[in-house]
Design a protein around this ligand. Structure first.
Ligand code: SAM
Length: 275
């Protein structure tokens, strides 16, 4: 193995080597000949090899330029394969898949930027149908954490608003080289046709959820009192955080982790009442 091919930590490179797991992921994803598929981080092509056999079009996005020559060699005979050297955190997915209007997404995501890539995919959901993603098991547990769970956070609320999530199966460290320290989980996320909340201002919703979780041990009242200026201004206009929480029917001493998505919506709509 040349020095350039040594797995790089900074790119979260834990390559899948267990063929059984590869097939399980591909079967769960079930790509079809009339579909365009985005694969984020093809790496050494473990999933890609199966994708090019079954999907209509495969667009692979790889950030590590040292992997590119090998990927080009490996898939040069596959007319349905296209490699884009880019950072999944900055690429415009909708532009990358043109002329296809929508694509499905599959990835064994790098641990270090997995949640950031997931958020970016959701932000660009207008051209994404569903995603089959392998993430750190602990991250999937956080995503699906229900109200009242100590694992619930901003990511849980954000993903719930835009996707239906199905946990598929866990994958042990031995399925990868190098083996990570933690288990992974494969999950399917289906993008909802519209946000699962009747909220007056979607941008404000995410500012308020973020402020609510800023200090997870503190009450919602205290977190709102310490929220950024933009939120403070709105709270003042409506008589302050206590009054707004009362209007929304939310006890002020509750913590953000206990909130269901609908309660965040009630809170934001109460902040904007009369606007
Ligand atoms: N798909 C391969 C597999 O299952 O064996 C590799 C998975 S490995 C966990 C993550 C891959 O994502 C690596 O190939 C890595 O270079 C790539 N990667 C890391 N950061 C990236 C980013 N920001 N954008 C695109 N690819 C990235």
């Amino acid at each position: 193995m040349s020095i350039t091919n040594v797995p790089k930590r900074r790119f979260g490179q834990n390559f899948l080597v267990d063929r059984g797991v590869v097939h399980r992921i591909i079967d769960a994803f079930d790509p079809q000949p009339d579909q365009t598929v985005i694969e984020i981080g093809p790496g050494r092509g473990a999933l890609t090899t199966e994708l090019v056999k079954r999907a209509g079009r495969v667009i692979a996005i790889e950030f590590d330029r040292n992997l590119v020559p090998q990927l080009r060699d490996q898939f040069s005979a596959s007319a349905n394969f296209q490699l884009i050297e880019a950072d999944a955190l900055t690429i415009d997915f909708c532009e990358a898949i043109k002329p296809s209007p929508t694509a499905r997404v599959i990835a064994n995501l790098p641990y270090n930027v997995g949640t950031a890539i997931l958020q970016r995919l959701i932000e660009q959901r207008s051209c994404i149908g569903d995603m089959t993603l392998m993430l750190q098991r602990e991250v999937v547990d956080r995503i699906i954490a229900p109200p009242g769970s100590s694992e619930r956070g901003y990511l849980s609320v954000f993903v719930e608003a835009y996707c239906e999530v199905e946990k598929l199966f866990d994958v042990p460290p031995q399925a990868f080289r190098p083996a990570p320290k933690v288990w992974s989980t494969v999950a399917r996320l289906r993008v909802r046709p519209k946000i699962a909340a009747e909220v007056k201002d979607e941008g404000l919703l995410w500012q308020v959820v973020s402020a609510g979780f800023a200090h997870p041990r503190k009450t919602i009242l205290n977190n709102l009192r310490e929220a950024p200026e933009s939120i403070q201004g709105l709270l003042k206009k409506r008589g302050g955080a206590s009054i707004i929480l009362c209007d929304a029917g939310i006890p002020p001493l509750r913590r953000a982790e206990t909130f269901a998505l609908e309660e965040w919506t009630l809170l934001v709509n109460a902040i904007l009442a009369g606007n």
